[in-house]
Design a protein around this ligand. Structure first.
Ligand SMILES: Cc1cc2nc3c(=O)[nH]c(=O)nc-3n(C[C@H](O)[C@H](O)[C@H](O)COP(=O)(O)OP(=O)(O)OC[C@H]3O[C@@H](n4cnc5c(N)ncnc54)[C@H](O)[C@@H]3O)c2cc1C
Length: 395
């Protein structure tokens, strides 16, 4: 039964991970939802994404995980390497022990597979509609409802508007926040390699994290294990706002010239790279106003060093649905309760991601101390440092 008549639907600006998750979570509690997406067609970057147990648990509850399972990989282990000499620093066992400890596995997937599973799940609800080519430019947020306008003169009315429009959020601007995304001084370069072209340990059923001064590299299998997703992060001045720009392979090779043989060999045989400048934004004191609220990167973008941006958007969606089902007759009050549930958690993850950004790229003596600590620590102890992230239960 639709709960928010006669003002329905709830509008969602942006059809990324956050927007689709919010649509599913709200549809499951009986709301109809209209997603307004600027792109002519919903599409995802040709890259991978790590889905930690806190995210997979929610995807299981929504019926998304069963649509993703055959394409997802649950890596056996995470191995940390010294990128300069290629030696292992720590080897953490994942596999079934993770699912037992956290109630859900740690998955690595292709972004297009995640989007397909979200869209298929959304398609099972009559109440979810998607309007593409709708670039939201303004919104009238009144006590009676919200009316959103697109760049090409269309409008959409609803009971409320959830801004899931990402890092460069227009909804955030409409709500009066004039802060700008801050460039982190780093760019992420991504590619996909067929598994048969990857040497070990890149070709194994594992996640690898290689650390070196001013750069690091992550790889893991995706697409049911047929491809290896590689992310190389370097310190760099390029800070274009575009998401997904071709990168010059030789430029990247030069940045890795002092690295160990195996990662250099992989870079030598890889010509096609897409790059992203990494930005984050300061935490907001609040992110709801009347019948508008923010979710995902629009509310709290974060650096990808804990692989938690998408997971936080998924958690936000579940919290938002919980808050609305607790106060179905008071959407502004529900939005206030939702952001209260999420503020400390997302702030803590933002800060921890920034801290990881510094630790991963250490050089000289501090890097030697970090490597010594990694070698000396029990692997299980290293893994359980992230219990606070993976064990989180929606309030
Ligand atoms: C290199 C890198 C690696 C990452 N790895 C991981 C990882 O392993 N695990 C993880 O959990 N997270 C990871 N993340 C973070 C994750 O990708 C983001 O946090 C996540 O995509 C945010 O989802 P979102 O829906 O909030 O925003 P987005 O994915 O940015 O979606 C926003 C949507 O809104 C649309 N839009 C924008 N403006 C408008 C408008 N005015 N009107 C209408 N529509 C609009 C856009 O077209 C887009 O579809 C990574 C990020 C990067 C850069």
């Amino acid at each position: 039964m639709a709960r928010n008549a006669p003002l329905e639907p709830i509008l969602i600006a942006g059809g990324g991970i956050g927007g689709l998750s919010a649509a599913i979570a709200l549809a499951q509690i009986g709301y109809s939802v209209r997603i307004l997406e600027q792109a002519p067609k919903l599409s995802e970057a040709g890259a991978g994404i790590q889905l930690s147990p806190n995210a997979v648990r929610l995807l299981q509850g929504w019926g998304v995980a069963k649509r993703l399972r055959s394409r997802a990989v649950a890596p056996d282990r995470i191995t940390l390497f010294d990128g300069t000499d290629g030696k292992a620093l720590a080897d953490l066992t994942l596999g079934p022990a993770i699912a037992t400890r956290y109630g859900a596995p740690y998955w690595v997937v292709h972004r297009a597979d995640l989007q397909k599973a979200l869209l298929e799940t959304a398609g099972t609800f009559d109440g979810i509609t998607v309007e593409t080519g709708f670039r939201l430019v303004s919104a009238d947020n009144s006590p009676a409802g919200v009316r959103a306008q697109s760049e090409d003169g269309r409008s959409a009315a609803g009971a409320a508007l959830i801004g899931t429009d990402g890092l460069w959020s227009t909804c955030r601007e409409i709500m009066g926040f004039d802060d700008e995304p801050r460039f982190s001084g780093r760019t992420a370069w991504r590619t996909l390699l067929p598994i048969e072209d990857a040497p070990p340990p890149f070709s194994t059923h594992a996640t690898g994290l290689w650390l070196a001064p001013r750069s690091h590299l992550v790889h893991y299998p995706v697409s049911g294990g047929r491809e290896i997703n590689i992310v190389a992060i370097i310190e760099d001045a390029w800070h274009g706002q575009e998401w997904d720009v071709p990168g010059d392979a030789q430029y990247l090779r030069d940045a890795f010239r002092d690295w160990a043989d195996v990662p250099r060999q992989v870079l030598d045989r890889t010509e096609v790279w897409r790059k992203w400048a990494l930005f984050d934004r300061p935490a907001l004191p609040h992110w709801s106003s009347g019948r508008m609220t923010l979710l995902g990167d629009a509310a709290h973008p974060m650096l990808p060093f804990l692989a938690q941006g998408g997971a936080m958007a998924i958690e936000d969606a579940a919290s938002l649905a919980r808050a609305i089902s607790n106060a179905p007759d008071d959407l502004p009050g529900a939005f206030f309760a939702y952001e209260k549930m999420r503020k400390n958690r997302t702030r803590r993850v933002q800060l921890a991601s920034r801290r990881m950004a510094r630790i991963y790229h250490l050089g000289g003596l501090p890097a030697a101390f970090r490597n010594f600590a990694l070698r000396a620590s029990p692997p299980a102890w290293l893994l359980y440092q992230n219990d606070w992230i993976y064990k989180y239960v929606i309030e």
